[in-house]
Write a protein that binds this ligand. Structure first.
Ligand code: IMP
Ligand code: MG
Length: 305
């Protein structure tokens, strides 16, 4: 800290939500700001045996004293956002940039057509068509939506002001490095860049203000939708290894492969990572379950979660 950006190292679903929720409770940041694409993401975290999922709010949502911001690069589905604000009773601490793009039913319909839904395997949540309208400059933005009026804020200003005061800020990415429109295997990618630089731009923070880039890997690789996956194993083998997972937004079974060191090294470079988090070590190596480890960079006693 004080300003850490958290991004996914592979194809999303590395466990960013869990890591961010953990950091939020450890460090009590003043602000958690979400970058990334939009409600195509699903972040899951568990507290006291209860499972929470967010698609629009930052994963620091359970921390009552953290202000939850959505940067101008993030696409909003107003219905999903308003439901989450209500569920987390976060009316007083959610802020949305006035220029966040707005997803409508037409975008969702287009995203569920043969191409891109079947051929690319998109989530069907309307994010690609909405970003396409944004590039055409026909997309509606948050300040045009009366239901969002009370949440509007200048997100870049709010974060930079907080950093001037040396307050702690978490910037949350979504998806994963190799789903980036530029750095993944086109066309099997999402509708914008999702590496650390892009996530900072999404919330309006320049590269020199970032103290740590925390890159999250899972101990094996998963991918949903189409596109290459090196050393992919079949469903039976995945079940044997306990690597069977289902997408939190679409419910689709995730494809699985062993940890890919070449991909990880490329991801570290693309994001200029300063810290790594590795999730599900106990799934890949059951003997690790419950072990304590020490994160030497921060002298933090960490528990494998
Ligand atoms: P889109 O982002 O819905 O356009 O989907 C493009 C590709 O990114 C598809 O392969 C999706 O499965 C994948 N994708 C998008 N969001 C996520 C995510 O949050 N986790 C994992 N995969 C995702
Ligand atoms: Mg996910």
């Amino acid at each position: 800290m004080p300003c850490v950006v958290v991004v996914g190292g592979f194809f999303g679903d590395e466990g960013k939500g869990k890591i961010i929720a953990y950091l939020a409770r450890q460090y009590n940041p003043m602000i958690a700001a979400r970058g990334g694409v939009g409600p195509n993401a699903g972040h899951t975290f568990v507290l006291n045996g209860k499972t929470y999922k967010v698609r629009m709010l930052p994963s620091a949502a359970l921390n009552d004293s953290t202000r939850l911001l959505l940067g101008p690069g993030v696409l909003i589905n107003p219905q999903i956002l308003l439901d989450e604000i209500r569920n987390f009773e976060a009316q007083d601490r959610v802020f949305v940039d006035s220029t966040c793009g707005i997803i409508n039913n037409d975008h969702i319909e287009k995203d569920n057509a043969e191409y891109p839904k079947t051929r690319l395997g998109t989530t069907g949540t309307g994010t690609g068509p909405a970003n396409s309208d944004r590039a055409l400059r026909t997309l509606r933005i948050a300040k045009e939506v009366p239901e969002l009026f009370e949440y509007i804020e200048d997100v870049s200003n709010a974060i930079n002001y907080s950093l001037d005061k040396k307050e702690r800020v978490i910037i949350e990415g979504t998806q994963g490095t190799f789903l980036s429109l530029y750095h993944g295997e086109y066309p099997f990618v999402t509708s914008k860049d999702v590496t650390s630089s892009a996530v900072c731009s999404d919330v309006g923070v320049g590269p020199k203000r970032i103290d740590e880039v925390l890159l999250v890997f899972k101990s094996y690789v998963t991918r949903v939708g189409q596109g290459p996956l090196k050393n992919e194993i079949d469903n039976d083998e995945a079940r044997k290894r306990g690597w069977t997972e289902y997408g939190s937004v679409t419910g689709r079974q995730r494809r699985a492969a062993p940890f890919d060191m070449d991909l990880a090294l490329r991801s570290i470079r693309l994001n200029s990572a300063t810290q790594l988090a590795l999730t599900k070590l106990d799934v890949a190596f059951p003997s690790c379950k419950g072990s304590d480890i020490v994160d030497r960079s921060t002298s933090l006693n960490m528990h494998i979660i």
